[in-house]
Design a protein around this ligand. Structure first.
Ligand SMILES: [Zn+2]
Length: 305
């Protein structure tokens, strides 16, 4: 009986799955900056929606998570990776934008009671899309989606927010409509690391879900910021800055140029992608999966210019 009780207490104390939770592999790209490399695929049961670059930054007194990942499971694995390195409190979980592959791991950090930090427009975007994203996650991952939840941000950023991790300051910036309407970037002053998340795609085709012209505008601004390195939302975990933004800038500029030409030539929106930025095919992974919808979105944005 006593043995049973002790065992039961032990199980409760350890919580479910501890010991069973694998550590998400990460690379320390600069002192105290850890990034997990997302696979360059769409979400599937095989990859558990671990497709985005996510990670964490460790200061002297606290840890900040930059994107908790694509599912509760990935969030737990990220948390295990943090706990393997430090026992410091996880004080901040930054949600860089509304997309599911970046935010569904947030529920894994609830017990840490962090500030969940998001763009001022994130609550509205989650209200609009959250239920759909969650349904789709369950359809795609099956049991792999269990525990995943929409966690609304508790701290909103409309322009700029400074976070203190102890001897280490992070600058969080809210951007105008670009990749999405809810994009945040994070700058680690200590190592001059610019974490752009999905404002920067490398190798994988950029997804236009905010504003094509807005994104080009934001790119002009962020590429003027000097940094020792950048972290893209998809692509290598660390890239040269601002050189690594050049292909994305070229793609977006070509889409803008060719879409305007297609509109002027009277080409129908449904056919426009066949005439727009085909020179970019071969430069990008998942081109055929996302290029047509990028062109449709751009056409809608540019047709009333
Ligand atoms: Zn995204």
């Amino acid at each position: 009986m006593l043995v049973t009780i002790v065992l039961a207490i032990a199980i409760v104390a350890w919580g479910p799955g501890i010991g069973a939770t694998a550590e998400l592999p990460t690379t320390e790209i600069a002192a105290g900056v850890f990034v997990h490399s997302g696979v360059q695929e769409d979400a599937s049961p095989a990859n558990d929606d671990e497709i985005a670059n996510i990670g964490f930054i460790v200061g002297n007194t606290a840890v900040a998570v930059i994107d908790p990942g694509g599912s509760y499971r990935e969030g737990m694995e990220l948390r295990a990776a943090i706990r393997a390195r430090t026992g410091l409190p996880i004080r901040y979980v930054i949600l860089t934008h509304v997309h599911p592959d970046h935010i569904f791991g947030a529920s894994a950090f609830r017990g840490d009671h962090p500030d969940f930090i998001g763009h001022a427009k994130l609550p509205g975007a989650l209200a609009q899309r959250g239920a759909y994203y969650l349904r789709r996650l369950h359809e795609t991952l099956g049991d792999g989606a269990d525990g995943s939840e929409i966690v609304p941000p508790t701290v909103l950023v409309s322009s700029r927010l400074e976070l203190d991790l102890g001897g280490r300051k992070l600058i969080v910036r809210a951007h105008g409509p670009a990749h999405t309407d809810t994009d945040l970037s994070v700058f680690d002053l200590k190592t001059s690391t610019f974490w752009l998340s999905d404002l920067l795609f490398v190798d994988r085709i950029p997804v236009i879900d905010g504003s094509l012209l807005g994104w080009l505008d934001e790119l002009r601004q962020v590429t003027a910021v000097p940094a020792a390195r950048a972290v893209p939302g998809h692509g290598p975990v660390s890239v040269r800055w601002p050189q690594a933004a050049a292909p994305e800038q070229r793609y977006l500029e070509t889409v803008a140029h060719d879409t305007r030409a297609a509109i002027k030539a009277g080409i129908d929106i449904a056919d426009a992608y066949r005439h727009v930025a085909q020179s970019e095919r071969g430069h990008w992974l998942l081109f055929d999966d996302y290029h047509p919808r990028n062109v449709t979105a751009s056409y809608k944005e540019l047709e009333w210019e």
